[in-house]
Ligand binder design. Sequence first.
Ligand code: SAM
Length: 429
Amino acid sequence: MRLGGRLAAAIEVLEDIEQRHRPAADALKDWGLSHRFAGAGDRAAIGNIVYDGLRRKRSAGWLVGDETPRAIGFGALLLEWRETPETLNTTLEGDRFAPPPLSADELATIASRDLAQAPDVVRADCPDWCAPLLEQAFGADWVAEGAALASRPPLDLRVNTLKADREKIIAELAGTNAAPAALATNGIRIPPIDGSGRHPNVQSEPAFQDGWFEVQDEGSQIAAELAEAKPGMQVLDYCAGAGGKTLALSATMENRGQIFAHDVERQRLNPIFDRIRRSDNRNVQVLAGPADLADLEGRMDIVLIDAPCTGSGTWRRRPDAKWRLNRHQLDVRRGEQAMILDTAHANVKPGGLLVYVTCSIFEEENCDQVAAFLARRQGFEPVDHAALWERHFSGRAGVARIDPARGISLTPGRTGTDGFFFAALRRSG
Ligand SMILES: C[S@@+](CC[C@H](N)C(=O)[O-])C[C@H]1O[C@@H](n2cnc3c(N)ncnc32)[C@H](O)[C@@H]1O
């Protein structure tokens, strides 16, 4: 397929997502199944146009003067593929599979628009209702942070130190531009890919099959590192899900001590068994249900709450979620977070840590949630987050937003990671 056919397909997929309120991944998969002639390169390029369009939906639409899937598809190519209106129209000319080229009206609109002069919400590429939340979180930087959340993400890997070291894996991945991550001690980063390219399928590498590394955003790795799980400790991962943080904690504990993996939806834990086998983690115990949890009351050195949240920090990777999210869902998540804090804290032993993590950028799910918990509950004190950060990332204070008494925020704009929030509260008695 040429660019015109790929653009037409991307517009079709964007229409499907909009009309049927479908996740982007499902719509793309269905398109691939009903167009089996399209090769892997075509599917990757179509996926890139769709994801670029969803990340930059507002700025793409604003540039072309409409909010239709067509305007978003064309806008994505202009903003992210280094196309110009002229190169695009020349490329589409005579291609019978391409959408109609940019019209005279569209060309005039594009020529008259300068994105630097666009309204703030357009440059931040966020829904109107989220703008005050971004402003609350980032102050004067909110537009820049919104724009960073609308950029293409890198592919981050975490070295499984139980089986390999960073140099060895980087050598295995030669030719992918893999390099040590800027902050995470065991992180490897493969930078974002340009245009129609795609990241290597690292999960098909023998090194992955042998458990040498996991795919994990650097922000998630940093959060696990800051929890300071040590060999011999008793740790409860209260919202373990597929086990990304469980495995990271287990590796820092060098397989000594015990980490209990719990999740209210037990089927979410299913991938963990295969991951444990592959990665040689031997100190993970997956809890079967609430009865097992009762045995842990007051006994844990660390209880990690990787809380269910809006996921607003991961909009680079799941841009369709940005447009589906609404105020009601945020309120539901806040209720769940408060309830989990009020329940899970009972498992922390005196002197132990309650660690609260989200992949959200909203204060309401982060600092506010911690402040409300501390106001409700006696016996927990925040650690000194500035000192904690300094212990791990000495001299790099500027790359995170640190409120010493409330927590640490990581963002795409400042940290170069997905948006994450981390807070550690010590139990006094
Ligand atoms: C952010 S995800 C966890 C991701 C996982 N820790 C990782 O690193 O791969 C949040 C998890 O919290 C779980 N959850 C939601 N409500 C819960 C509750 N009341 N108690 C325990 N887990 C809960 C969800 O099922 C979901 O798997």
